[in-house]
Design a protein around this ligand. Structure first.
Ligand SMILES: [Mn+2]
Length: 424
């Protein structure tokens, strides 16, 4: 299903006057807007192939209908999102859920939708059919060398698939850990994991990055072998320049100061990328910004400050991905909401008066520092984000247009009601 650009134009014509009024008002409040709008146009957030179907829980899964049945249909779904918001110009594939049968055909389909291939993701947290060894007791950490070799070979195969697609990074998330005290020798688990990662790292092309994602707990509930940013940092520091830490917002102990983690990883040149989502209890994988928009803003505040301090390109120098798995919303509407929340937080961070903040910090003017941050956070920047979409041919109100066009009904008509996306 492809959204006709005429339909986007008609939608925008209806909303344009109201949008223009909001933009004029906003510009009168904040002054210069061009620079911010251009940065928003450039900023793209990769959509994970596993977020296009309805997510499951430990207890049940309630499919929403019209889910993509193949990699081709997943690419078409991301194409729909990108047509609506022009901010979802990449797809992050999960191997082996999304192995292409014809690389050239998949590449040209993605190009038709103006999509790039973002990080490829390996999977050693499940056993696949016909797999010789089980990952029940871990993969890269496993006490059995044959299991480790199999897991290393899988990651190298994922790199090869990524190369064929034009991807430039591998994300490694490990379920490895232990569920009971005494099960694991922590030091040996670390050494085995490091040795395995070194073999994977050696297979990376020179222009590639390896993102090592950490997670506090789950599926193991006593220890996780890459459990926090310090542990990830310890590995990536040893691996080399191409290895970086990946921050998933839902992978921390409660109340962790994620913005401080981000700031320090950036300072050490070890922040690789992000998995956006939101959570209240654990790895809830809820819509980005749905619970804690101020935290999302504070994270972007550190990202902008830290990237500018290093002269980094906001759009290109880090990997920006959503990692969500909701189970009651239409997945495409949910992703549109996540992208919007991320763009809003980014735009607000761009508004922060950095010179004034630095003066306030140097003068220990705590009140002034808070005023500066909250002035930016409380500014309604939605018209700036909408303007970025308007200028690049996307919709002023993506969720509104998605509903007006009854896209989900169209997908159900095309694919059927009882389809099931491959993946979790
Ligand atoms: Mn993640």
């Amino acid at each position: 299903m492809i959204i006709d650009s005429n339909k986007i134009d008609t939608h925008n014509e209806i909303l344009i006057q109201s949008h223009a009024n909001k933009l004029v008002f906003l510009a009168s409040e904040i002054g210069e807007t061009e620079n911010i709008v251009q940065k928003l146009i450039d900023f793209q957030i990769a959509i994970p192939s596993w977020a296009l179907g309805t997510g499951g829980t430990r207890f049940g899964r309630f499919a929403g209908g019209g889910e993509p049945r193949s990699l081709e249909e997943k690419i078409e779904d991301v194409g729909l999102l990108h047509a609506l918001n022009n901010a979802s110009g990449a797809i992050s594939l999960h191997i082996p859920w999304d192995i292409p049968t014809d690389y050239n055909a998949i590449k040209s389909l993605a190009a038709q939708h103006n999509l790039k291939f973002d990080a490829v993701n390996s999977n050693t947290f499940q056993d696949q059919a016909n797999q010789e060894h089980s990952y029940k007791f871990g993969s890269l950490q496993n006490v059995n060398k044959a299991v480790r070799k199999q897991a290393v070979a899988h990651n190298i195969e994922v790199i090869q698939q990524g190369i064929a697609l034009g991807s430039e990074s591998l994300t490694v998330w490990l379920a490895d850990g232990s569920s009971f005290p005494g099960q694991l020798n922590f030091r040996k688990a670390y050494q085995n994991t490091l040795e395995s990662l070194e073999e994977i790292y050696a297979a990376l092309p020179s222009n590639w990055k390896l993102f090592l994602e950490y997670k506090n707990a789950e599926p193991n509930f006593y220890s996780t072998t890459v459990a926090d940013w310090g542990q990830s940092y310890s590995y990536v520091k040893k691996l080399g320049d191409k290895a970086k830490t990946l921050v998933d917002l839902g992978h921390h102990l409660p109340n962790a100061n994620i913005e401080q983690i981000v700031s320090l990883l950036l300072m050490e040149d070890k922040l690789g990328g992000f998995h956006f989502n939101d959570s209240k209890y654990g790895d809830d994988d809820l819509t980005a910004g749905s619970l804690k928009p101020y935290q999302l803003f504070l994270i972007f505040n550190e990202l902008v400050e830290g990237m500018d301090a290093r002269g980094m390109n906001h759009a290109k120098d880090l990997g920006w991905m959503i990692d969500a798995s909701h189970n009651i919303k239409d997945p495409l509407e949910d992703l549109l909401q996540s992208v919007e929340a991320i763009m809003i937080a980014y735009a607000q961070a761009l508004l922060v008066d950095r010179k004034a903040l630095e003066i306030a910090q140097n003068e220990n003017d705590v009140v002034r520092a808070q005023e500066i941050l909250q002035n930016a956070f409380r500014t309604d920047v939605r018209a700036l984000v909408a303007e970025a979409r308007l200028r690049s041919g996307a919709a002023l109100n993506p969720v509104g247009l998605y509903r007006d066009l009854a896209v989900r009904n169209g997908l159900i008509a095309e694919r059927g009601l009882k389809t099931m996306a491959t993946g979790l």
